[in-house]
Design a protein around this ligand. Sequence first.
Ligand code: NAP
Length: 324
Amino acid sequence: MNDFFAPKPKENEAWDAAIIGSGPAGLTAAIYLTRGAASTVLFAGDQWGGQLMLTTQVDNYPGFPEGILGPDLMDKMRSQAARFGTEIIEQNATSLEKKDKIFIIKAGEKSFSSKSVIVTTGAKTRWLGIPGEDRLRGKGVSSCAPCDAPFFKDKKVAVIGGGDSAMEEALVLTKYASKVFIIHRRNEFRASQAMQEKVFSNKKINVIWNSEVIEFLGEDKLREAKIKNNETKKIEQMGIEGAFVAIGHDPASEIFKGILELDEKGYVKKFEKDGFKTATSQKGIFVAGDVHDYHYRQAVTAAGFGCMAAMDTLNYLDKDTPSW
Ligand code: NAP
């Protein structure tokens, strides 16, 4: 089978599209762009692949009935993007600016020019940073109930946090676990009233107020959490087999400050403009994945948004390039 290869720009010509970020959103965008005959450069960064590189078994990505390891899934997506001619740069993009109608991206010592950009830099899960957390991640400590809840059937689990994510994680877990504790550092939640009501009316959920987890314990699997009461300073150990950390995410949007509109938490704001559903505040820059989506945060939704952003970009290039 002869594969189609997207063109590369000639010397001193701009790329059609530059993708910043190499998780499911970025790699899916690359597959669609190159198959749409757009010359495409993708900045993978020095730690490519995004959050799935830190995951073990992925059981909810369609097409893999037996499940697949997160890094293996990303390897497959990357090979697929490379197969159609995506130029992959292993360095981080460190700046993005607009000059006339062309975008200039710096990575390492080099500058790249592109007619359009898709931002897919993702978001990082905030972790507690306590002893045992790193070691037991994927062995009871998780940050994604929709991904991992089925592993905790009839087990006792805890969710840490007091925002909407924590409420959502706890509610998902009640479908499997025998008991769900929400451990929150204050005596009230910041989650929406509606979510709080759902949590308070669920008999499987118990809230432990004014408390922080200070250590996860267990050799090869999580067995206990050490919990400190912030008022009494008393420390207790609680037997749990799952702990879901839901204390927020940090979008990787630092380099877009000043060029794109961000919300108060740093997420890239998405607009519906000129018929494009993945537009940003800057013409020619589109966005996909967790760097704008704090709601779904799934590999499959990120991939879907990546496809949308690529189709918008192809349309944008068709419409705008001739007049430049
Ligand atoms: P969030 O609203 O920022 O809440 C984070 C929670 O974690 C807070 O309760 C915070 O405690 C706690 N926390 C932060 N650092 C901590 C630490 N080091 N130790 C212990 N606890 C810590 O984050 P989120 O829940 O991920 O939500 C992010 C955004 O997405 C929000 O705007 C939310 O409304 C939205 N969202 C919406 C939905 C929905 O509508 N269904 C679902 C998910 C998320 P404090 O309260 O004490 O600060």
